[in-house]
Write a protein that binds this ligand. Structure first.
Ligand code: PFF
Length: 447
């Protein structure tokens, strides 16, 4: 479609897709969910989910997006006009706003930690009590948490309002690699800590007797969340991609990079958790209670800490951009809303829905909402653990049977002759393994 915009280069696309994938999901969510679910066994199930389900769904989304050159609702509609399948696209649009609403709350926390580090609060000899106090005095302030939520969404909407290539491509180029380098550096440091061997044992030596449905469900949810799958973000990003690009390589690059970043985050966090006598099952506050100790011990820790939180905030931004982009592209393509207006409308909706999540650490009843979960954790469960896998399930059925896996494979292949490497395996996975696995695991929750 004319006037929708395109990525400037293939590398720009890989960067933008990696920018969407790499974010709080890798550095905040992955370590705490891994810690809560027993460590190494979770990591193993997660890696299996990434390879078998994640990569397969990644190709399904990218090919559907590029083939139709549409937003998620338009993409389903282009292949099966007027059918109920566009509802899957809608579910994605809504899921994007849902995730954006609480994701931006945590992004706001990273902004606060950036300032706290810059102010030199994570100085040498910092105690457990001080670290706890910094966390709780900030998160118990409704004013600060809501304000930072607002600021973060506003920045995101502003970037998205500027359009895809000038807005999104530009942010990612140098900053993602820089974040990666810092993580490598921090993980090397963590490995020298006295608790490193206990941390690594927890993280890398699985106890298979602990395997259960909940771990599998959490691992699948984490894989979808981390790879930005199941809600059409990769359909949308694929739709801005020109026909010449090699989807096969792009998919592998994005998945590998994303998984590496998450893995490294674990290498940074768990040795430190065991060194400083923290609990791996701490929950969403895990990295905010662990990292200050690392920065307090590190030479130039104040600068490092500040830089780290700046980069983490930017990684979060390149992810929130993709969350806003899904609903924005829908409004622009299907509802003919002007891009800037659409981007700010989506942001405003997410801000309002996000307020209870911002209050989940301070104001009743959001601190203990349902099922023993605070509001933010409840939202996270609904959108990440349920909605994304449901979206992935429906998408795999759609691509495997309605559109047809062979046609999708042709799109992945592009203009090149012959099958892409592993084409028949991919077809098997997307038609049989992905839907059956997701159906079983989602069904088991109901029972
Ligand atoms: N993948 C992002 C992360 O790991 O932080 C979060 C996310 C972005 C999830 C976009 C879903 C999405 F569509």
């Amino acid at each position: 479609m004319a006037g929708r915009g395109k990525w400037k280069s293939s590398f720009g696309f890989v960067l933008a897709a990696a920018g969407s994938a790499v974010g709080l999901g890798n550095i905040w969510r992955f370590p705490y969910v891994t810690g809560k679910n027993g460590g190494a066994l979770f990591l193993l199930v997660y890696l299996v989910a990434v390879v078998l389900l994640g990569l397969s769904v990644m190709y399904a989304e990218l090919s559907l997006g590029r083939y139709t050159q549409r937003n998620p609702v338009g993409a389903f509609n282009a292949i099966k006009p007027g059918s109920i399948w566009r509802g899957v696209g809608f579910l994605g649009v809504i899921t994007g706003v849902g995730i954006l609403s609480y994701y931006s709350v945590i992004a706001g926390w990273t902004l606060y930690y950036m300032f706290t580090s810059a102010a030199g609060k994570f100085g040498e000899g910092i105690t457990q009590a001080q670290v706890d106090r910094i966390f709780s005095s900030f998160t118990s302030s409704p004013f600060l948490t809501v304000l930072l939520l607002f600021v973060f969404i506003l920045i995101t909407s502003y970037v998205v309002s500027k359009g895809i290539s000038s807005g999104i491509e530009r942010w990612t180029g140098i900053l993602m690699p820089l974040l990666f380098v810092i993580l490598v550096f921090l993980s090397i440091y963590s490995l020298t800590l006295p608790g490193a061997s206990r941390g690594l044992k927890f993280y890398l030596s699985p106890d298979f007797s602990k395997l259960n449905f909940n771990i599998i469900l959490q691992a699948i949810g984490q894989a979808f969340f981390s790879l930005s799958l199941g809600m059409g973000a990769m359909i949308t990003y694929g739709s801005y991609l020109s026909k010449e690009e090699n989807l096969f390589a792009a998919g592998i690059e994005v998945v590998t990079f994303d998984t590496l970043v998450a893995f490294l985050a674990g290498i940074v966090i768990f040795p430190a958790v065991f060194t400083f006598n923290l609990s791996p099952s701490e929950g969403p506050s895990l990295i905010f209670k662990t990292l200050p100790f690392i920065f307090s011990k590190l030479p130039l820790g104040r600068i490092f800490g500040t830089l780290f939180f700046i980069l983490l905030a930017i990684a979060a931004l390149t992810s929130t951009i993709s969350l806003v982009e899904v609903a924005t592209s829908y409004l622009v393509d299907e509802r003919k809303v002007r891009r800037p207006k659409a981007a700010f409308l989506v942001g405003a909706a997410a801000f309002v829905i996000g307020i209870p999540s911002a209050l989940a650490t301070s104001v009743k009843p959001f601190t203990n909402f349902v099922l023993g979960k605070d509001f933010l954790s409840f939202m996270d469960f609904i959108w990440a653990n349920l909605s994304l896998p449901i979206g992935g399930l429906l998408l795999s059925i759609f691509v495997g049977y309605v559109w047809g896996a062979r046609k999708a494979a042709k799109e992945i292949r592009g203009y090149r002759q012959g099958k892409f490497p592993g084409e028949d395996i991919w077809i098997f996975l997307i038609k049989y393994l992905v839907p059956v696995a997701l159906l079983l695991i989602l069904g088991s929750i109901l029972i």
